[in-house]
Design a protein around this ligand. Structure first.
Ligand code: SF4
Length: 348
C-alpha cells in the first residue's frame, strides 16, 4: 500500500483551510480498488467534541465526528446537505469527497482532560458513519475509544460498518469502566434494494453478523431499523422477515424509523427513484407532499407493526445476554438541521 498523491502531490492550501475551518488541508487519493475515485481531505481539527444544536430534543448533547462525507453512499443519506456547507457536491461529492480529521484522537483526549469537561455522554455515528471504509485506512476510532476508555466517559456508536469488530477488544475494555451503547442500522434485508440504495455498505446480513458477534461477546447491541423505505421495504412480509432476522441475531432492541427526505437527500433520492422505480415517483410525491417526513399515520403504522413483531420474536431488553452496562442508542427525535454547523442526525 502506498499513498497516491494527486498529480501535483499532497496539496496544502489556505483556501481549503478556510473552507473546512481548519489550519491546513492535505488532499490525497489512493490507488487501491476500494478507494478508487475517492478523494480524502485531511485536516487537523481544532476541536472534536461538538454540542448538538437544540440538544434538549435529543437523547444526547455531545457528538464526535471524525469524518465528513461517507463512502457508504446511501442514496437517502440525510447528511448530504452538510457537504454543501463545505461548498462540496451533495450527490456523488458526498460519496467521494471525504474530510478526515486526522488528529481526532489527540484532540479528543485533550478535550476530555479539560476541567471544563464534565464527562457527559458522547454520541458517534450520528452525522456520518465513523466505521465507513476510510476508517480501515485512517484508524481513528481505536484512539478515540482509548481516550474515552481512559477517561471512563460514556459513549454510543451507531454504524452500518462491519469494521467495528476490529475494535471489539477496545469496546469491551471501555464497557468495563463506563456505559457503552452500540447500535447497528439495518432497515431491510432485500439484497436487490440494498445494492442500489446503499451501494457502499456491507450487506444487511453481514451487519446482523456484527450484532451477533457483539452480543456473543457480552456487548448488547440494538438495531436501528432504518430506514423503512415506503413501497419498497415496508410490505408486512418484509417487515416480518427483517425483525425475525434481527431477533435471530440477538439484538437487544429494535427501533424502526421511516425514511425521511430532507433537502439535499430528497433530490438525490428522487432522481434514484425515477431511474430505478419510476412507477413510484407519483406515490412518493404524494406521501412526502407535506415536507421531509412521511405522514404521522404512516409512521405510526410502521412503528406499531415493528413493535408487534418485536414482541412476537422476543426482541427486547430483557432477553438473555444483554449486557447490563450497555445501553442501546435510541432513535432521536427529528432535528431541524437546516443551519450550517448543525449536527445532522442521520440515524444511519
Ligand atoms: S446513511 Fe449513514 S452509512 Fe449511509 S451514507 Fe449516510 S452516514 Fe454513511
Amino acid at each position: 500500500m502506498r499513498w497516491e498523491n494527486l498529480s501535483d502531490g499532497p496539496r496544502r492550501g489556505t483556501a481549503d483551510a478556510a473552507l473546512f475551518g481548519a489550519d491546513a488541508v492535505t488532499t490525497r487519493t489512493f490507488d487501491t480498488p476500494e478507494f478508487r475515485g475517492i478523494t480524502f481531505h485531511e485536516i487537523r481539527a481544532r476541536t472534536i467534541v461538538n454540542r448538538v444544536p437544540g440538544a434538549s430534543r435529543m437523547p444526547f448533547e455531545w457528538t464526535v465526528n471524525p469524518y465528513r462525507g461517507c463512502t457508504h453512499a446511501c442514496v437517502y443519506c440525510f447528511a448530504r446537505k452538510t457537504h454543501s456547507y463545505l461548498d462540496l457536491d451533495t450527490g456523488l461529492g458526498f460519496d467521494s469527497q471525504i474530510v478526515v480529521k486526522v488528529n481526532a484522537p489527540d484532540v479528543l483526549r485533550r478535550q476530555l482532560a479539560s476541567p471544563r469537561w464534565h464527562g457527559d455522554h458522547i454520541a458517534m455515528g450520528t452525522n456520518v458513519d465513523c466505521y465507513q471504509r476510510a476508517e480501515g485506512r485512517y484508524r481513528l476510532m481505536p484512539g478515540i475509544i482509548e481516550a474515552l476508555r481512559d477517561h471512563a466517559n460514556p459513549f454510543s456508536i451507531l454504524t452500518k460498518g462491519t469494521l467495528i469488530l476490529r475494535d471489539l477488544d477496545l469496546l469491551r475494555q471501555a464497557a468495563a469502566v463506563t456505559d457503552v451503547g452500540i447500535s447497528v442500522s439495518v432497515g431491510f434485508l432485500d439484497e436487490t434494494l440494498w445494492r442500489t440504495v446503499e451501494p457502499g455498505t456491507p450487506a444487511p446480513g453481514r451487519r446482523l453478523e456484527v450484532v451477533r458477534t457483539l452480543t456473543g461477546h457480552g456487548i448488547g447491541c440494538g438495531v436501528l431499523m432504518a430506514p423503512v423505505i415506503p413501497f419498497l421495504g415496508d410490505h408486512p412480509d418484509q417487515l416480518r422477515a427483517t425483525v425475525r432476522a434481527i431477533a435471530g441475531a440477538g439484538a437487544a432492541s429494535v427501533t424502526p424509523l421511516v425514511l425521511h427526505l430532507r433537502p439535499g437527500a430528497r433530490e438525490w433520492f428522487m432522481e434514484w427513484l425515477g431511474h430505478h422505480h419510476p412507477h413510484l415517483v407519483r406515490r412518493y410525491e404524494r406521501l412526502y407532499a407535506e415536507g421531509a417526513y412521511a405522514p404521522k399515520w404512516y409512521q405510526r403504522r410502521i412503528t406499531r407493526q415493528v413493535h408487534e413483531l418485536a414482541e412476537e420474536f422476543g426482541v427486547g431488553p430483557t432477553r438473555a445476554g444483554a449486557a447490563r452496562r450497555i445501553r442501546a442508542l435510541r432513535a432521536a427525535p427529528q432535528e431541524d438541521a437546516s443551519a450550517p454547523g448543525a449536527t445532522q442526525l442521520t440515524l444511519l
